[in-house]
Design a protein around this ligand. Structure first.
Ligand SMILES: Cc1cc2nc3c(=O)[nH]c(=O)nc-3n(C[C@H](O)[C@H](O)[C@H](O)COP(=O)(O)OP(=O)(O)OC[C@H]3O[C@@H](n4cnc5c(N)ncnc54)[C@H](O)[C@@H]3O)c2cc1C
Length: 311
């Protein structure tokens, strides 16, 4: 059993949070709702010795419309996002994605920022330290090989955020703060697609908000595959947006690869629909078998295209 004691800090501003992270750079974690992080601590997958609570940061919990964009603070809870009048009016896709996550109680604590950075998952990683040691540690927790693939030297842990595919389809940007200032990037650029280090984010960076442009006339669709309709993580999430005026389609998936998988195209042919599942690098490490999940990519894509009038 590892020593799980930690210093607990509650900064009152972004500069204070960044300074706290810098002072504890050897071992710290930002703590938002804690619905992902605290489970990893319980399983001893996260052993940071300093926790920096973000709940007192001013403006982190705001949703506002400004200059043709919806600005969503990193500390907005999934419950607030799913029920915000402005989100329901402009982007029901986001509300639907938020509403599909975890359970009502978890959504009251879970935040948007935490969802963007939710840890990749795998049946051989999301286990107690005792369980993981008993079968031999996998790559993601200090071992030499990926157990899910029978010995590959790459980690196939799965990207599982449900908000991210919806946000990518809507053209979202993520803003983050570091000591040098504030920066932003298209949301898809945040993800490396590498199971061991899934994020392109400077050390100590603090996600501050997500920006989504308000666009009229975009048709959207969302579907999530999981054993139960509540609590369970995704085994495949597919979001899509379609602009009937110019025939452009954007499809984003999670639960199928080490990062989000994204397609932008004007090609709505059968060949395109069949190619999407082939590009998803799934292995046997979630509840449903790989072959079934691959097949369901095509099924969901056909359903989505029909729903938005793209076929
Ligand atoms: C039973 C259960 C079911 C779940 N089901 C789903 C599901 O269906 N879909 C899904 O997507 N997720 C699911 N989750 C995971 C989790 O609840 C959500 O992803 C949630 O949005 C995480 O947000 P949080 O605020 O609790 O993050 P935390 O747990 O506080 O943090 C998560 C990670 O993000 C980092 N972090 C948080 N905020 C910031 C910030 N502003 N800047 C920099 N780093 C930050 C933390 O350091 C940590 O590494 C589930 C969790 C549980 C326990």
């Amino acid at each position: 059993m590892k020593n799980m004691n930690a210093t607990y800090l509650v900064p009152a501003s972004v500069p204070e949070a960044l300074a706290a992270a810098d002072a504890n750079r050897e071992s710290f974690a930002y703590l938002a709702g804690g619905t992902d992080l605290m489970v990893h601590r319980q399983q001893e997958n996260n052993t940071a010795t300093c926790l920096i609570d973000l709940s007192a940061l001013p403006g982190f919990d705001k949703i506002e419309v400004k200059n043709g964009k919806i600005l969503i603070g990193a500390g907005v809870t999934l419950h607030e996002l799913a029920n915000a009048e402005t989100v329901l009016r402009h982007y029901p896709l986001l509300a639907e994605a938020a509403q599909s996550i975890a359970s009502p109680v978890i959504r009251k604590s879970a935040t948007v920022g935490g969802n963007l950075l939710v840890e990749n998952r795998c049946s051989f990683f999301n286990q107690s330290e005792f369980w993981r040691e008993a079968i031999g540690l996998c790559l993601k927790c200090g071992g030499d090989v990926c157990i899910a693939t029978g010995g590959k030297k790459a980690c196939y842990s799965v990207f599982v955020s449900d908000l991210v595919p919806a946000l990518i389809c809507l053209g979202a940007k993520v803003q983050y703060a570091v000591a040098d200032g504030m920066f932003d990037m298209p949301l898809e650029a945040l993800y490396t697609g590498v199971g061991l280090n899934p994020l392109h984010l400077p050390a100590g960076a603090l996600i501050t908000q997500v920006e989504v442009p308000v666009k009229n006339g975009v048709r959207t669709w969302f579907q999530k595959l999981r054993p139960r309709k509540s609590v369970d993580f995704t085994n495949l999430t597919l979001a899509l947006s379609f602009e009937p005026d110019n025939g452009r389609l954007k499809v984003a998936l999670s639960g199928v690869d080490m990062g989000p998988v994204v397609f932008e195209t004007g090609d709505l042919s059968d060949a395109f629909v069949k190619s999407v599942g082939k590009k998803c690098r799934m292995v046997e490490n979630l509840f449903y078998p790989r072959a079934y999940r691959k097949k369901m990519v095509e099924v969901y894509l056909r359903q989505g295209l029909k729903a938005v009038g793209g076929r």
